[in-house]
Design a protein around this ligand. Structure first.
Ligand code: NAP
Length: 244
């Protein structure tokens, strides 16, 4: 059985990393996927690779007009929006004393405001149809903090709070809202780290290794499907046990 047969799914930041792997997994599960990414090059390259069930809409999740246009175009083209994966995210790490206002604001704009905007407009369509699934990309650091990540941790902790608010507000429309909190996952976001740090981090994980994008994509796929129809307002970790 195809878990996501006939589901229309928007994946923000789907041009690379966990988002691209999620797009691939969703398509294999029968979904039609719309990649909403900032970058034309990675967006179109991903669509070329993944084929006919996939399209690209250039989107800046932190810009309200861009998000409105995205949701409008998906509604016009496909008639419904079944799943939104708020995956787009950025890092601008710096210790508190060195982090400036601009670095703080930009990460909040993309990682928190972007999730608010995409959910606000996708949920309007989902309310009309009386169904939908919203999945938010958190991180284990949202709960445990991390050195040099004031902005990122603030956004992820805020996103977990919003997940719980929306699970309450939207439940009556049969819209489920959950968050996924990955641990150390090997993607472009983490590729620039020194080898020594990568090994040190792996050693902190009970499974003694980093996770892969497909580990996160598989959880998104399950949560997006009707198999997860009674899971709402949860934050699920995919972290090899690092937070135990
Ligand atoms: P990634 O490889 O850096 O990919 C992020 C994607 O988001 C990129 O395609 C990027 O586009 C896009 N993006 C950035 N700003 C955007 C905007 N304003 N509008 C639309 N798209 C935008 O990241 P990843 O490692 O796959 O992470 C995906 C999500 O998982 C993020 O929310 C991240 O915080 C979370 N996460 C990751 C890890 C990990 O270890 N990798 C752990 C915990 C949580 P560009 O190509 O233009 O930059």
């Amino acid at each position: 059985m195809n878990l996501l047969e006939n589901k229309v799914c928007i994946i923000t930041g789907g041009g690379r990393g966990i988002g691209r792997e999620t797009a691939k997994t969703f398509i294999e599960a029968g979904a039609t996927v719309i990649i909403a990414d900032f970058d034309d090059k990675t967006g179109t390259a991903t669509v070329d690779k993944l084929g006919g069930q996939c399209s690209f809409v250039k989107t800046d999740v932190s810009n309200e007009e861009s998000v409105k246009e995205l949701v409008k175009s998906v509604k016009e083209q496909h008639g419904h929006v079944d799943v939104l994966v708020n995956n787009a995210g950025i890092l601008q790490d710096q210790t508190l004393e060195k982090m400036d206002e601009e670095q703080f604001d930009r990460v909040i704009q993309v990682n928190l405001r972007g999730v608010f905007l995409c959910t606000k407009y996708a949920a309007e369509v989902m309310q009309e149809q009386g169904s939908g699934v919203i999945l938010n990309a958190s991180s284990v650091v949202g709960r445990f903090g991390n050195f040099g990540q004031t902005n990122y941790v603030a956004a992820k902790a805020g996103l977990e709070g919003m997940t719980k608010v929306w699970a309450r507000e939207l439940g009556k429309y049969c819209i489920r809202v959950n968050a996924v909190a990955p641990g150390f996952i090997q993607t472009d976001m983490t590729a620039g780290m020194p080898e020594k740090i990568i090994e040190m981090m792996a050693d902190k994980v009970p499974l003694k290794k980093w996770g892969q994008s497909e580990d996160v994509a598989n959880l998104y796929c399950f949560l997006a499907s009707d198999e997860a129809s009674y899971i709402n307002g949860a934050v699920l970790t995919v972290d090899g046990g690092v937070v135990v």
